[in-house]
Design a protein around this ligand. Sequence first.
Ligand SMILES: *Cc1c(COP(=O)(O)O)cnc(C)c1O
Length: 352
Amino acid sequence: MKAWENNIRKVTPYTPGEQPQKAGIIKLNTNENPYPPSPRLAQLLKEMNSKDLRLYPNPAASSLVDALAAYHGLNADQVFVGVGSDDVLALAFLTFFHSSKPILFPDITYSFYDVWADLFQIPYETPALQEDFSILPEDYYRENGGVIFPNPNAPTGIAMGLNAIRNILDHNQDVVVIVDEAYVDFGAESALALIDQYENLLVVRTFSKSRSLAGLRIGYAMGNPLLIKYLSDVKFSFNSYTMNQPSLYLGSRAIEDEAYFQETLRKIVNTREWAKRELRELGFEFTDSKANFIFVRHPSHPAKELFQALRQAGIYVRHFDRERISDYLRITIGSQEEMETLIRFLKNNLSS
Ligand SMILES: *Cc1c(COP(=O)(O)O)cnc(C)c1O
């Protein structure tokens, strides 16, 4: 190593799922929505004026913040927006997890949490999920520097009820508790109803999964105005203009088409439950996912082999080569047609 390399921050980065450029593949590896965003957005895209790009965007991202506040029945000072929820979560780690005590998150969870903790040198401990992959609230009843978990959890898809979340909050009044609701729209109970009661609760959402807009990069947090102020202060100490003009414009209008949103959610949930029945028939075991993916294992077919065979057939799923979960595949719920192709392939592959 060169001498100057000693003075450098070295990190092990998060590895995002593959984004293959090949046409014709079935992409079930990064939990994107198989359905396009509302057709209204196509019209808005055409109406966008390139002249509007000359100026810096509004640093407070007011149009988007106001639209989200109105949608959720909140005040604007309870909403913070960022470049995808990854940006919001990274800033939240930087802002709220500043204790010498370890923060807590599950051993099996979104694999960006430990990356941010390492990047910001935040100490952390990872209570093990139960044998059935559920979170045990009691594991979070101890001294800590903050708590974060997704609900539903990823990549297990298991949802925690509001009572369990309330219990965790009741035992953690002195730290910030973040609930990452990236997948909540697919069938879990939101903790949003609790933000008035718990001023240390931050709820984080994204447009990437349920709203079919991963490419726009919009995430947001909701919570007590004081939490939002602290988060904004850190953001403005880092980058004033996180949200670009097209995202502000399209994002603030994207939530208007509620009927289309509900329709795509309904289709995905129906396909998910259909896929569960088919996979069970093929001998797969899986958690009761409330998200837009299923976390499956087959007792007699190693995940790695299935992963390779599927990939060969142009069907991309996700495999995490990590302790406790290396037997599992995470399969994003695609369109009904895509899932039928997947099931057909598995039927043929498992019997041969
Ligand atoms: C996908 C995901 C995110 C980040 O999504 P963005 O595209 O950055 O909004 C955050 N948390 C979890 C648990 C996720 O699965």
